[in-house]
Design a protein around this ligand. Sequence first.
Ligand code: AMP
Length: 288
Amino acid sequence: MKVLTTIQQVRDFVQAARARQLSVGLVPTMGNLHEGHYSLIRAAAKECGCVVVSVFVNPTQFGPNEDYATYPRTPEQDLAGCQAGGAAAVFMPSVEEMYPRGQTLATVSIASLGDNLCGASRSGHFTGVCTVVSKLFNIVRCDKAFFGMKDFQQLTIIRRMVDDLNFPIEIVPCPTVREPDGLAMSSRNSKLSKEDRAQAPALHASLELAREMILEGVRDSRAIIEAIAAKIAAQAPGGAIDYVKVVHPDTLKDVQVPDGPVLVALAVRFQGARLIDNILVDAAAKAS
Ligand code: AMP
């Protein structure tokens, strides 16, 4: 496995892979890799002859009061995991390599898909994401790129960006990997206190409650949201709800009456970390 730090090294590496007729898969990450990331790498290794994992904590997707400085960075451990997962190369650029002039003047932004959910409380976040992912797509020029459904809004936005801007890349969604107690794996979980970590599985449990309600025929999003909020208040008092939403999985717009496929999504702030999670439910598939 090659460790690449410059854009030119990536271009040369991918060109050599292409000369060997290998298809190229990209797994963009911010490092501190866990089983969720490794599932993406394994999926990429199944579908592509050459897998490139990028490890880059992208400053432009963090707001001024967010956790850029304290985001967990574990490069040695990440390299070992990438190798075990079947990556052919890891791209670990410096901030200067990615942004040699400081902020880029050219950015990629997305309209309405970025307004709801995390976009509502993280101003500029998805412009940072779309810009860095566009840069990675242009650097690696992969055939396929693999994204987790844990960050469902990000996945939806990247799919739309690729479609609207004609990137010749297939976006492959990968299911959320969870801890045995249901908590979605996240690099930020390690920043939770012991008490908050013990409470955090309430997020997934409340989403499962929402699923049951919808499948049992509840057609009032407000009632579903209130039930989620009540469960979180009872089981995770250390968390403050940022949002709980029932939205359409394609438009990400609020749905008042869930009667087809919906995404139930939430974000909760604990002292050490803001956590997100979601589930897809098809309201039309009523419980028998
Ligand atoms: P991050 O390093 O948090 O930016 O995540 C990099 C990629 O891994 C994104 O596509 C995430 O959606 C994905 N990812 C993060 N956590 C998980 C998880 N628990 N299960 C599946 N994919 C994940």
